[in-house]
Ligand binder design. Structure first.
Ligand code: ZN
Length: 308
């Protein structure tokens, strides 16, 4: 029996945020609500709905408040959104969003150039936001982009990632996502970093977030599972990209991950056919073919025979 068989993982559908924010075409609020509700009916228990950033900077996410208001929230499902500052937190509170995520880039070069401080110093500045969130009963998680490599540095030392996690913990954030927005992670590296993180930070609830830029998204998820990680992000139809990274594709496609996990005997709780149908609608809505193996080739027949 493979080491994956019988394991259970949780997938977060990040397509509505990480995917659609990088698409040229801006979907209507109704289209977004419909796709999110479909993702939830297919079995997703965590969804990244949008972000509360400046509408000028990210016009695709300008209606996140409205999406939150219109969504019929299913019980037991976590609907989260990205925030960057106090204004974002206030918008979250106003539309009933109770789970937020802050982000910092692990690239010192990028951070020093843009914000004139180290990534850990950036995170320390989040402390008042986390404090204010507590009063509003809003949960705050943190993410670290470029945790596995960046276009601006020859490498991202694990010590840098640890200094950022330490800063998050000091600010009161214990749920942290390690993100590979630049699509540079590879399975051996993922396994080693996950092992290290588990040893150093047993109190942290980790997420892994892989883009499929170099075709290693699913292999990286399997490496994470092998190291004992259970929370992963994916995006319907594999939509998205990364504005800073040339040639970057979106997150690994949700339906491809569900298909691969089904084949490996890993339980996701997500209905594969429904996930494929959602992906088809997403690709239709954005109006171009996306990085989805399921949409291109369909499910492998033998998968039909395997029971969850
Ligand atoms: Zn991403």
């Amino acid at each position: 029996m493979s080491l994956y068989t019988g394991k259970t993982i949780t997938l977060c559908e990040v397509g509505p945020r990480d995917g659609l924010q990088n698409e040229q075409k801006i979907l209507s609020t109704d289209e977004k609500v419909c796709l999110i509700e479909r993702a939830v009916s297919s079995g997703f228990k965590v969804v990244e709905v949008g972000s509360f950033m400046s509408p000028k900077a990210v016009p695709q996410m300008a209606d996140t408040d409205e999406v939150f208001r219109r969504l019929t929230k299913a019980p037991g499902v976590e609907y989260r959104a990205l925030i960057a500052n106090m204004k974002g937190l206030e918008r979250a509170a106003d539309c009933g969003c109770v789970k937020t995520k802050l982000n910092v880039s692990a690239s010192e070069t990028h951070n020093l150039k843009n914000l004139n401080c180290t990534p850990a110093e950036s995170v320390a500045r989040f402390a008042p936001i986390v404090e204010a969130a507590k009063e509003k009963k809003i949960e705050v998680s943190g993410s670290i982009s470029m945790a596995f490599g960046s276009p601006w540095d020859s490498e991202i030392p694990v010590s840098t990632v640890c200094s950022i996690i330490d800063a998050y913990l000091a600010a009161g954030v214990t749920e942290i996502s390690l993100s590979d927005a630049s699509g540079q992670a590879y399975p051996g590296q993922v396994y080693d970093i996950c092992e290290e993180m588990k040893k150093r930070y047993p109190e942290v609830k980790f997420w892994l977030h892989f883009h499929n830029t170099r075709g290693l998204g699913i292999a990286n998820i399997l490496a994470g599972i092998e190291a004992g990680f259970t929370n992963f992000d994916s995006a319907f139809a594999g939509v998205g990209g990364c504005p800073f990274v040339p040639g970057a594709t979106g997150n690994v496609a949700s339906e491809d991950v569900v298909h691969a996990m089904k084949g490996c005997g890993v339980h996701t709780g997500i209905d594969l056919d429904m996930a494929i149908e959602t992906a088809r609608r997403v690709a239709e809505a954005v109006g171009h073919p996306t990085d989805s193996s399921m949409l291109r080739a369909g499910r492998a027949d033998r998968i039909l025979l395997r029971k969850e």
